[in-house]
Design a protein around this ligand. Structure first.
Ligand SMILES: *[C@@H]1O[C@H](CO)[C@@H](O)[C@H](O)[C@H]1NC(C)=O
Ligand SMILES: *[C@@H]1O[C@H](CO)[C@@H](O)[C@H](O)[C@H]1NC(C)=O
Ligand SMILES: *[C@@H]1O[C@H](CO)[C@@H](O)[C@H](O)[C@H]1NC(C)=O
Ligand SMILES: *[C@@H]1O[C@H](CO)[C@@H](O)[C@H](O)[C@H]1NC(C)=O
Ligand SMILES: *[C@@H]1O[C@H](CO)[C@@H](O)[C@H](O)[C@H]1NC(C)=O
Ligand SMILES: *[C@@H]1O[C@H](CO)[C@@H](O)[C@H](O)[C@H]1NC(C)=O
Ligand SMILES: *[C@@H]1O[C@H](CO)[C@@H](O)[C@H](O)[C@H]1NC(C)=O
Ligand SMILES: *[C@@H]1O[C@H](CO)[C@@H](O)[C@H](O)[C@H]1NC(C)=O
Ligand SMILES: *[C@@H]1O[C@H](CO)[C@@H](O)[C@H](O)[C@H]1NC(C)=O
Ligand SMILES: *[C@@H]1O[C@H](CO)[C@@H](O)[C@H](O)[C@H]1NC(C)=O
Ligand SMILES: *[C@@H]1O[C@H](CO)[C@@H](O)[C@H](O)[C@H]1NC(C)=O
Ligand SMILES: CC(=O)N[C@H]1CO[C@H](CO)[C@@H](O)[C@@H]1O
Length: 651
């Protein structure tokens, strides 16, 4: 009975998208052609394996995490300046009627301590998170048609400094930057002969073509296995994550064979990025110690950015250069007689590491007939060598933090660094990089697509984890707003609409110590059904184009509260959240519009921990297409749904 009921919404989805059409279904061909290949295929091996290269004259080193990297600091000078015009446009659209926010920003444009510093965080949650997050990005991106119409939040993306993602959210962020910062409609619609965002093709089966020729499943796996063998043969070890990351890349990187020689560090050389026309992308993964199975909340959190890989946590407290991360560092330096290595930061491997939990898709289907025997054998032999409990790891060999900070670094004496999915410590939102005091972020739009509840909706678990961690020694000076229990989230509807945490900064400044660090305001944007049930299960591996488009559109509606139809003040309230910390710093009186927004959206400390029954939210705007009665596409789903409908009538 339950499975029949579960199938019904999926059918409704296809109705919705058929009737409404996807946002901006038709994009001009000229635009589609700009969906070009970037980052860059700059691995020196020309393929998937890392390769030894001459060291630069200044040999790469590991640096202490007390400050930002010189590269980031220098880039920020350009980026912060470039955010001003889009921020002005965002504020104009938001129309805070009793405050001239555009003038406030323009007249302080030389003083970056006044200009709001915005971060966006995309949670994990597999394809569900990718698609729901994509809806948010589409809404925030001024290039998306409709995003700057009344009720929109367009330009928020252009006004942001950072864009972080982990696991499924990392696929989204990774795919955007691998493909020349293309728009969501461009990525969604892909191009002929490309497997980009064609989620209807099961990842085990592989795409229809390689970007060059028609591909069958055996050839697809043959190519993947050959590339992973090359890496292993070159001495860098291989784990399930290599296979997973490679398979993923065919769907996310629009180049031949999913761009085997693309590197994450190449983003730093891309035109859009060097001109600081885009936010800075960051992916997140967790460290796992030898023999550790459950990832504790105090595990070390790693970030991958175009320049550096490492951690602000007091355990490692260091960063390695992304481009040279495969070199044999020892106590922070490449030995005098040592060589340098490039290409370890292979793009898909970075996304695969951040989402290593999805190695499960390979494991659970190891006997699937789609998988050729040689792949099954390769995976089985890896499992035998590492053990079942370790099947979610990404092996990073060599360990760039070998002998680095040995007093606190639990992996200092191992030549292998094991990293796992960034959500395994329950911090399923990549907030860690954005709450570091050195980054002085003012506001984080935290798009949560976590499957916390039975029906795959978030209940604030990710925020609670980050809050709890900030109270722990591992937090190392980070602060985080208090957040209530899951029941309160559900009972007060905090997971049904955008909710702000940390509005009243007296929470951080009161108390005995003199530390006045004020963390960012969190704008929590939970996945909730507006026009589609996008609460698909995390491990659901394939989606029709109609489902994909409807999920993205639902995410757009989550981001804009239905383009303002649910709350016409929402864009103004989002703008007030952006301004909040800055207004406080400059001692500016909070405009009445913002005060009313804060009353409406800030969690004010009230709790309601009454146990909740089944949480089954209904679409806020209704699955309106149903009434129009569109044609039904063929497939077993249809029969299941018809059966369920029949059953409902019978009852
Ligand atoms: C909001 O606007 C977007 C972009 O135009 C569109 O795709 C979406 O359907 C709109 N939502 C509603 C509820 O009208
Ligand atoms: C990237 O996109 C921009 C348009 O936004 C285009 O001008 C540029 O040529 C593209 N670059 C590459 C390498 O695809
Ligand atoms: C801005 O808001 C005010 C008051 O809510 C309204 O009168 C005005 O028409 C709005 N302006 C625009 C451009 O939407
Ligand atoms: C994490 O917590 C465990 C158990 O409380 C403790 O044994 C371990 O030392 C802690 N690790 C760090 C890095 O703080
Ligand atoms: C790194 O060290 C390993 C031994 O631990 C060695 O096999 C390998 O050749 C070294 N790589 C480079 C590039 O120096
Ligand atoms: C893998 O197997 C699970 C069941 O164990 C199934 O739900 C899932 O669809 C399969 N994945 C793929 C990619 O076929
Ligand atoms: C909240 O989510 C967690 C998983 O993240 C789950 O264990 C818990 O049961 C959920 N609680 C409620 C009330 O939904
Ligand atoms: C913030 O909290 C403090 C202490 O609870 C309270 O005195 C103050 O009125 C609050 N400020 C606002 C704007 O709500
Ligand atoms: C920048 O703004 C801050 C906050 O209003 C102020 O304290 C500081 O003096 C300003 N700096 C300059 C150079 O104007
Ligand atoms: C806090 O919010 C709750 C609803 O979430 C509301 O009932 C209550 O009146 C608010 N309290 C204050 C002091 O604003
Ligand atoms: C999505 O949520 C609805 C209730 O809001 C539920 O009926 C449905 O089964 C859920 N779908 C999945 C795949 O969990
Ligand atoms: C603010 C804070 O506590 N920072 C500490 C983070 O960890 C490093 C390494 O242990 C310390 O040096 C910092 O003082």
């Amino acid at each position: 009975m339950r499975s029949l009921q579960a199938a019904l919404p999926l059918l409704l989805l296809s109705f919705v998208s058929t009737v409404l059409g996807a946002p901006n279904e038709q994009i001009p061909h000229a635009l589609a052609r700009e969906l070009l290949r970037r980052a860059a295929p700059d691995s020196p091996s020309g393929d998937y394996a890392p390769a030894t290269v001459d060291c630069p004259s200044q040999k790469p080193t590991i640096r202490d995490a007390a400050t930002l990297s010189p590269s980031e600091s220098e880039w920020l000078q350009k980026r912060r300046a470039n955010t001003i015009d889009p921020m002005v446009a965002f504020f104009k659209l938001a129309n805070i009627s009793d405050f001239d926010a555009a003038n406030y920003v323009q007249s302080n444009s030389k003083n970056f301590s006044v200009i709001p510093n915005i971060g966006i965080a995309m949670s994990g949650g597999g394809y569900r998170a990718l698609m729901n997050g994509a809806g948010f990005i589409a809404a925030a991106d001024a290039r998306t048609p409709g995003s700057t119409d009344a009720g929109g939040i367009g330009n928020l993306l252009q006004a942001s400094t950072y864009l972080a993602g982990l696991s499924g959210g990392g696929w989204l962020v990774g795919s955007i930057f691998a493909n020349n910062f293309s728009t969501i409609p461009q990525l969604r619609d892909g191009e002929d002969g490309s497997a980009l965002w064609k989620f209807s093709r099961n990842i085990l089966q592989g795409p229809k073509d390689s970007g060059l020729s028609i591909l069958n499943t055996a050839e697809y796996w043959h190519d993947i296995a050959g590339q992973v063998d090359d890496k292993r043969d070159a001495g860098y070890g291989a784990s399930l994550t290599d296979y997973w990351g490679r398979a993923l890349s065919y769907q996310l990187i629009n180049d031949r064979d999913g761009g085997p020689s693309y590197t994450f560090s190449s983003i730093a050389d891309a035109d859009h990025f060097t001109a600081a026309d885009t936010p800075m992308p960051i992916l997140v993964a967790d460290e796992r110690h030898p023999n550790e199975v459950v990832i504790a909340l105090n595990s070390t959190v790693f970030e991958f950015n175009p320049w550096e890989i490492g951690s602000f946590d007091p355990t490692i407290f260091g960063f390695a250069p992304t481009k040279y991360v495969g070199s044999n560092f020892s106590n922070g330096a490449v030995p005098d007689d040592g060589h340098c290595v490039q290409g370890f930061d292979q793009y898909g491997y970075m996304m695969g590491t951040s989402s290593s939990l999805f190695n499960q898709i390979l494991l659970q289907n190891i006997s699937d007939s789609a998988l050729p025997d040689f792949v099954t054998e390769a995976i089985t032999s890896i499992l035998e060598s590492i053990g079942e409990d370790e099947n979610d790891i990404a092996e990073w060999r060599p360990n760039p933090f070998y002998k680095y900070h040995p007093d606190t670094n639990g992996n200092a004496n191992t030549e292998l660094l094991t990293l796992v999915d960034g959500g395994e410590d329950l911090q399923n939102l990549p907030l860690h990089p954005l709450i570091q005091p050195v980054r002085s972020v003012d506001v984080i739009f935290a798009v949560d697509s976590s499957a916390d509840t039975t029906f795959n909706f978030p209940n604030g678990t990710a925020l609670r984890a980050s809050y709890e961690r900030s109270l722990n020694a591992i937090g190392n000076g980070t602060k985080f707003p208090a957040v209530p229990d899951a029941e309160t989230f559900i009972n007060l509807g905090l997971n049904r609409r955008p909710t702000f945490f940390g509005c009243n900064t007296s929470e951080f400044t009161s108390g005995s110590n003199n530390d006045v660090t004020i963390p960012p305001l969190i704008v929590y944007v939970p996945l909730t059904p507006y026009t589609a049930y996008s609460n698909a299960s995390t491990f659901d591996p394939s989606y029709t184009d109609e489902e994909r488009n409807a999920f993205i559109e639902n995410g757009f509606n989550v981001a804009t509260m239905g383009n303002g139809t649910v709350d016409s003040q929402w864009p103004a309230c989002a703008a007030c959240a952006v301004l909040s910390r800055s207004l406080e710093r400059t001692g500016t009186t909070i405009p009445a519009t913002c005060r009313s927004c804060f009353e409406q959206h800030c969690w004010n400390g009230t709790t309601d921990s009454t146990p909740v029954g089944s949480y089954e939210p209904q679409p806020i705007l209704g699955l309106t297409a149903l009434s129009a009665g569109m044609h039904i596409k063929a497939g077993s789903l249809v029969w299941a749904a018809v059966g369920a409908a029949g059953l409902a009538l019978a009852l």
